[in-house]
Design a protein around this ligand. Sequence first.
Ligand SMILES: [Zn+2]
Length: 93
Amino acid sequence: MSISGLDPFTLITIALALFVLAYIAALSLGGRRKEMKVKKTFTKLKCVNCDHEFEREFREGDYVGKKVENGCPKCDGDALITAIYIKELEVNR
Ligand SMILES: [Zn+2]
């Protein structure tokens, strides 16, 4: 008996090979999507003197509307905190 030249063993081998290939492909795809993400809190500030807007990492005690004396990196003027937000940063290993 010949079933178009393929015996069950060959069929199982091909099926297994396909399964392993699919598994490896799924693993490598998943690995690429698995980039490290770090959540960090930032504070946005605006200088009252020169209107310069900038951001820095959140520090304890920061709140919207707070005045940071001499906080402006441009003119050393007072800066007001206008927003506090969380950013998701991608970290490449
Ligand atoms: Zn300024």
